[in-house]
Design a protein around this ligand. Sequence first.
Ligand code: AMP
Ligand code: GLY
Length: 425
Amino acid sequence: MKVLVIGGGGREHAIVWKLAQNPRVDRIYCSPGNAGISEIAECIDINIADHESLIDFVKYDWIDLTIAGPEDPLTKGIVDKFEREGRRCLGPVKDAARLEASKVFAKEFMRKYNIPSAEYKTFTSYIHAEEHVRMKGAPIVIKADGLAAGKGVFVAGTMGEAISALRLIMKEKAFGSAGDRVVVEECLEGEEASYLVFTDGKTILPMASSQDYKRVYDNDEGLNTGGMGAYSPAPVITPEIEKKIMDRVMKPAIRGLKKEGIKYKGILYAGIMLRDGEPYVLEFNCRFGDPETQTILTRLDSDLLEISLAVTDEKLSDISLEWRPEASVCVVAASGGYPGKYETGKVITGLDDVKKMEDTAVFHAGTAYNGQDILTAGGRVLGVTALGKDIKEASDRAYEAISKIHFEGMHYRKDIANRAIKDQR
Ligand code: AMP
Ligand code: GLY
């Protein structure tokens, strides 16, 4: 079988790494990929926004399955196009991907189908939004409706912050048309976790729970990033909570979409806030999380190719998922200055030392190979991921591994998984 993976981050490296373990997979292509991916797959240079060229490649190279990593191709309808050509692409069609593409759509959908989420109101007029925010008071959460690479959400602790966020989104148009509408919602306090499932629109198979760290510095300080680390499982997701998430979130979501005439196939990701033991949905994503996937796929014992084919071919009821009992922790090494301005082209050393370590994998995000050295090529550079008998052991191993790696300006959080280690005690 031949597989094409679309994307070039840590999540895609983990997907390629997992696929490469199946002897039925003869060839893996990745567009655009990165230096780490190029060690196990053939990287091709097709713009991921150019769906027609991707489909041409899949047709002429007889690719059996395509997996789209990031949200962009999915929310722009790549799966619809593949389906029209009779080709398999793992992920939801454009209408279903609106759960991620539009926060207004997601909130209205959750209200209609009684899926627990924060109270909210949506606005297209700045004046009315400001009036409402002043009436409600801080803390309050302001969200741009459309995709904003994770930067369109503001948890405002003060009225000043809330008004600045509204101005940024609606007046200054910092996120373009993604800010034509805003969601203003109640601020929920509690513990967060990520909960992902595979579904073919009929069967829903939960993945292991996980948790990511969005802020750049320890103790959740500093700006939001694409994700500085993750761990799996998330001890806050007890079997009882898991049942609540399945019964109150996942099943109603898939069934609700079906009632709307939309079949959801692929991965559905719910960002969950647990308040007083009750799950509330903060957001839906229509894809694997990054860096949660690095921890989830290192724990998945079952085969990703078989699961993906069962999803696209609507045979997921034939599959059961097996998980390794170990915990997994991923620590992200980022370029100096990230998430602000940063330089690239720094030589990365120590990767070969980590290769010798057991139960450890370094998933590349922003890296490139110049024929001699592996160089930094992005904000998030590497996701150093390790398994251990519990979260503490996995975390110790991940930190031992990352201590062997160097590049100029490299920084990483020192507290990834600490709260889970505390919860486990
Ligand atoms: P989202 O992209 O909607 O998940 O939001 C990004 C982050 O903002 C979440 O991971 C939460 O930490 C935070 N957040 C979003 N919505 C809320 C809310 N209603 N209450 C508190 N925090 C929130
Ligand atoms: N880790 C959060 C996300 O992938 O959206």
